[in-house]
Design a protein around this ligand. Structure first.
Ligand code: IPM
Ligand code: MN
Length: 360
């Protein structure tokens, strides 16, 4: 298969981890006789520095002309603490999601057997956890009208949803549940928010089309608690934009590091694959960031094109690296000099020699 892939590695550790995902995709191309063509473009703080625009037109055009996008990370501390900043790196990512209509953000969360002791949560609580979070990505409070009064003392962000925005992601969540454990949990705040009541109504109606799927409801505050009390109760979690953002960072604690969590952001026309973590500026340039989230995002990219054997091989290589303790410092109490690029090398080598268990 030939795939043109836009690589938007972005800020902080973005370039380092994305380079490992590209390395792994190249190894897959060799093994399975595919042709992957990579084209780089600027986004985020890096793009502001160069073009004074977090999402230059050229980058957006490239994304629209390729088959898929591999995204790194976005954000720089110099914008975080500046309330007056008019241009922010995050706007690049949000505009990309909106312009490309990437409304469904899928975030798999699982407890790896080899890492059960790495999580601050108890082994018995997290063992067996396997969740797929369906986060709505182009609506809600992220994209509603924003307002700041002239005197700077009043601000508002509007949270709005339409039936159509809810239906399209809900269909995807129900379909995903049908190929998993047949359960969808809608996370909302329907005791307070009108938008949440709309979500409940629409999702309940739609559930009648999926009689084999059990639909449950949880208020987001309770869901946050359940996520660390009893995470294995969840199969598919369906939720709106902001709740999904918060719940997924919380869920990353189960795996032992946020550096493991990949995601796919999919719309009707385009698809982007990105780690859920941020740009980790303190770690940038040190070759210490965990590249697994980016590598697993590449696996999700392959799955999107029905390259299941290829994706499976990546996941197998990742499992092996975790079993052997070939992991970056976020997962190693004793810093053992395993760098970002060493993890990428191990996984790429494993792909080249999958049956040689000594590959490293
Ligand atoms: C994420 C990130 C983004 C979000 C930021 C960088 C805008 O936290 O992908 O989860 O809030 O969606
Ligand atoms: Mn987030």
């Amino acid at each position: 298969m030939k795939l043109n892939i836009a690589v938007l590695s972005g800020d902080g550790i973005g370039p380092e981890v994305t380079a490992q995902a590209v390395k792994v995709l190249k190894a897959i191309a060799v093994e399975f006789d595919h042709r992957f063509v990579f084209k780089n473009a600027a986004v985020g703080a890096t793009a502001i520095d160069q073009f004074n625009d977090p999402l230059p037109e050229k980058t957006l055009d490239l994304c629209k002309s390729t088959d898929a996008i591999l995204f790194g990370a976005i954000g720089h501390p110099k914008y975080d603490y500046d309330p007056t900043a008019k241009v922010r790196p995050e706007q690049g990512l949000l505009k990309l999601r909106k312009e490309l209509g990437l409304y469904a953000n899928v975030r798999p969360v699982k407890a790896y057997e080899a890492l059960l002791e790495k999580s601050p949560l108890k082994r018995d609580i997290i063992a067996g956890t396997d969740i797929s979070i369906y986060r709505e990505l182009t609506g809600g409070i992220y994209f509603g009208e924003k307002h700041l009064s002239e005197d700077g003392n009043h601000a508002s962000d509007l949270c709005a949803y339409s039936r159509e925005e809810i239906e399209r992601i809900a269909h995807q969540a129900f379909k995903a549940a049908q190929s998993r454990r047949n359960k969808v949990t809608l996370v909302d705040k329907a005791n307070v928010l009108e938008t949440s009541r709309l979500w409940r109504r629409v999702v309940t109606e739609l559930a009648t089309q999926y009689p084999d799927v059990q639909l449950d409801f949880l208020f987001v505050d309770n869901a946050a608690m359940q996520m660390i009390l009893n995470p294995s109760q969840f199969d598919v979690i369906l939720t709106e934009n902001l709740f999904g953002d918060v719940i997924s960072d919380e869920a990353s604690v189960i795996g032992g590091s946020i550096g493991l969590l990949a995601s796919a952001s999919v719309g009707d026309k385009y698809a982007m694959f990105e780690p859920i973590h941020g740009s980790y500026p303190e770690g940038a340039g040190k070759n210490i960031a965990n590249p697994i989230a980016s590598i697993l995002s590449a696996a999700m990219l392959l799955e999107h094109f029905d390259l299941h054997n290829e994706a499976e091989l990546i996941k197998m290589a990742v499992d092996r690296s975790l079993e052997l303790g070939i992991t970056t410092p976020d997962l190693n109490d004793n810093y053992n000099n395993i760098t970002t690029s060493k993890v990428g090398d191990f996984i790429a080598d494993f792909i080249a020699h999958p049956y040689d268990t000594n590959a490293n």
